[in-house]
Design a protein around this ligand. Sequence first.
Ligand code: ADP
Ligand code: MG
Length: 344
Amino acid sequence: MQNLLRKAPLTLVEKSRDTLTIDGLKCYYVNDYFGVRREIRAVDDISLTVRKNEIYGIAGESSSGKTSLIKTLAGAIRPPMRVVGGTVNFNFGGEPIDVYGEPQKMRAARWRHLSYIMQGSMNVLNPVRRVKHAFNDFAFRHMNLDPVAFRQRVEAHLARLHLDPRVLEAFPHQLSGGMRQRLTIALATVCEPEFIIADEPTTALDVIVQQDVLATIKDVQTRMHSSVIFVTHDMSVHAAITDRLAIMYAGRLAEEGLTQAIFDNPQHPYTAHLIGSLPRIGDTRTRRSLQGKPPALSDPPSGCRFHPRCPIAVDRCSKEVPVMQPSATGGRVACFRAGEYKIQ
Ligand SMILES: Nc1ncnc2c1ncn2[C@@H]1O[C@H](COP(=O)(O)OP(=O)(O)O)[C@@H](O)[C@H]1O
Ligand SMILES: [Mg+2]
């Protein structure tokens, strides 16, 4: 899978402008049980930027806060989720949009500039209605086309994604899982958005269909020069499709950098573990799994949240919070012993 899809040339990625800037973002689930307040700190002080024309990956174990982070970006916040700090700004070439300062501008930008393929999004297709209705409901009013031209545009877009136009007349249950997932991607991209957020779009699929879906997303991204945030816990998928990669652990960033650099030389012990646990052809050694479980985000460990599981933790790690700093490989890392842990 590693070499299946070509990556955008580095220079191109480096020169392009920032389309998303997140600064000090904090997003908690706040519950009140009979006057006792309980907070789950799912996103706890995250800063990052995503550039035009790049695929930015977000990795990390289940429950590390990936879905919470991208819901916050898309302005898809519902109680008990609350943004308690920080800013999110999009720049689609015109005026920048402050997601939480200007919710009405953000609503206008959804679909036209930004599309969000949610985790488990095959469910956006209503089981009792033909597929074409989903396109009419979601995309028609954003495209300023008459119905005939709209239908032509949709059919041309489906053809690019290797989908027969007859799928429009089908009911979702008549299609395979891979076709349904490609349809949700078609639905999310028919308006040619500048920014695509995809949350675990390939997780429920078998490997062959997975490759098909990855190629589809890459194809759309290359043609439109869009920015993509691609979320998955599967590191081999990140290796295949992302240009840059952020590793999340317990609601925080552990490391960020060019995907290639991260795979070649991970700086954070957690990243090294994620990469070291990937199977490799010809390697018969037993893989050692990480001890322990990710922490409860209602009561995270002091200092570095990874310290109770870290193989090289020292005293300082339980006392001080490491902040993201420039790493030796040109990215950023939050670790007092960055680069010291090597994959066995
Ligand atoms: N609606 C919710 N109410 C309370 N806690 C939630 C809710 N949704 C998610 N969480 C918690 O937030 C944390 C991060 O979850 P999530 O963002 O879904 O992680 P990931 O996508 O990395 O698996 C988890 O501890 C999860 O239990
Ligand atoms: Mg998730």
